[in-house]
Design a protein around this ligand. Structure first.
Ligand SMILES: Nc1nc2c(ncn2[C@@H]2O[C@H](COP(=O)(O)OP(=O)(O)O)[C@@H](O)[C@H]2O)c(=O)[nH]1
Ligand SMILES: [Mg+2]
Length: 395
């Protein structure tokens, strides 16, 4: 087994022909307003990225217990605890912070008449919970109509209507990532600021798709930090997935090129490309990512098939700005929202859905592989509002 791992590693390290260097300045296809949006927003949006090196992933899902070694863990299928298990944890974790929506909303409801004043209060609560102006307006407009028509005249009816309003905002973005297996490989370019959870999400995705029987490969495109390459390699070893890497400081586009060539040659189903989230000069980040994207397209004109932006939900408004910057520069086709545990800024999901309409593929609620699931609108709103299917039906 270990020989197998070593062999995989050796194969993965084999250099493949490098792409010729190119100059991003010769690319005329990016609109000037994108550059402007970047200059304005990139500064603040990217400034939120922490400087520190992200720690390597823990060797086992439960550091401290002596049961599972690295290889042993790779053998057991991801125990996601089923959708029910994830829902319970999602609900508990979303509601563990200071500003969670449920407590805010249920606290001011008891004994009060459902009237214009109460709706104004509700509006404030949604805004403070990061739901955002657009989504809040849409929800309140509907609620005000219903209250005026006396369709909603008690607490349960209000919560049910709120639940429906939120779900209808989220439903259009709840579109799962469909890995097209005819692509060989289906290429996912993973982008986002430092610390947003890119590498961790790649590890979790690798685990998920290996469990589903896909042949997965990783590309260590964050060559800016040595620790980033090691972190991805650790995830690769854990999931027995080859990692294409070069020395720190290497051209990320060259790594991506090598990886895609290797993935094609080996009949890989899914190639996940990690990238840097911060460079010495922040302005260069988008340029570098665009170059990675172009180089992938040189090997396979249809690649990347998904540009997956990883956002840290605890950054609230800043996550919204990041979505704008990355989307303008790269054409983001899917989102991962991490760190919905802890800070209880779950409302930001509604703001992002309403503002950008980009499919939300996965959400993360912790550091373990099991703390990661496909996004489902109804499930999420139930967790956010502290309702379960039973409560919703009763309402
Ligand atoms: N609490 C929590 N931590 C997370 C989640 N996703 C990632 N992290 C942690 O966030 C830190 C940065 O993640 P990393 O994947 O290295 O970010 P990257 O710089 O974008 O590659 C690591 O300590 C991760 O374990 C999540 O959903 N919840
Ligand atoms: Mg990383």
């Amino acid at each position: 087994m270990f020989d197998f791992l070593k062999r995989k590693k050796r194969e993965a390290a084999e250099p493949v022909e490098s792409p010729r260097r190119e100059d991003a300045a010769h690319e005329p296809d990016i609109a000037a307003d994108v550059e402007l949006a970047e200059q304005d927003l990139a500064r603040e949006a990217l400034a939120a990225a922490p400087e520190d090196e992200a720690p390597a992933p823990r060797g086992t899902a439960n550091a401290g217990t002596a049961t599972a070694g690295t290889a042993a863990q790779a053998e057991e299928p991801a125990n996601r605890g089923g959708i029910g298990g994830f829902f319970k944890r999602l609900r508990a974790k979303l509601n563990s912070g200071d500003s969670f929506l449920t407590r805010d909303i249920t606290e001011f409801l008891p004994g009060r008449k459902i009237d214009a004043e109460l709706l104004d209060d509700l509006e404030m609560r949604l805004l403070t919970a990061d739901v955002g102006v657009e989504a809040t307006e849409e929800i309140l407009e509907d609620l005000r109509k219903r209250v005026a028509r006396r369709e909603v005249d008690d607490r349960d009816a209000l919560l049910a209507a709120l639940n429906r309003g939120m779900t209808s905002i989220l439903a259009p973005v709840a579109r799962p990532l469909e890995v097209d297996r005819s692509r060989k490989p289906y290429v996912v370019l993973v982008v986002g600021v430092n610390g947003s959870g890119k590498t961790t999400s790649i590890g979790k995705l690798a685990r998920r798709y290996v469990d589903e029987g896909l042949k997965v490969m990783l590309a260590a495109g964050d060559t800016f930090r040595a620790a980033a390459v090691e972190q991805l390699q650790a995830w690769g070893e854990r999931n027995r997935v080859p990692v294409i890497a070069q020395a720190p400081g290497a051209d990320p586009a060259a790594v991506a090129f090598d990886a895609l060539q290797a993935a094609k040659a080996r009949g890989v189903d899914l190639l996940l490309v990690d990238t840097a989230g911060r460079l010495q000069n922040q302005g260069h980040l988008m340029e570098e990512l665009r170059k990675v994207k172009r180089v992938l397209a040189k090997v396979d004109a249809t690649a990347p098939h998904e540009v997956l932006l990883v956002l840290d939900a605890s950054q609230g408004q800043n996550a919204l700005n990041q979505a704008q910057v990355f989307h303008a520069a790269l054409g983001v086709t899917g989102l991962v929202l991490t760190k919905l545990d802890g800070t209880a800024k779950g409302g930001i999901v509604l703001a992002i859905a309403k503002k950008h309409g980009i499919p939300l593929r996965f959400i993360g609620i912790g550091e373990d592989a099991t703390d990661f699931e496909r996004f489902e609108a109804q499930q999420f709103v139930d967790a956010l509002l502290g309702a379960g299917p039973a409560e919703r039906d009763a309402a």
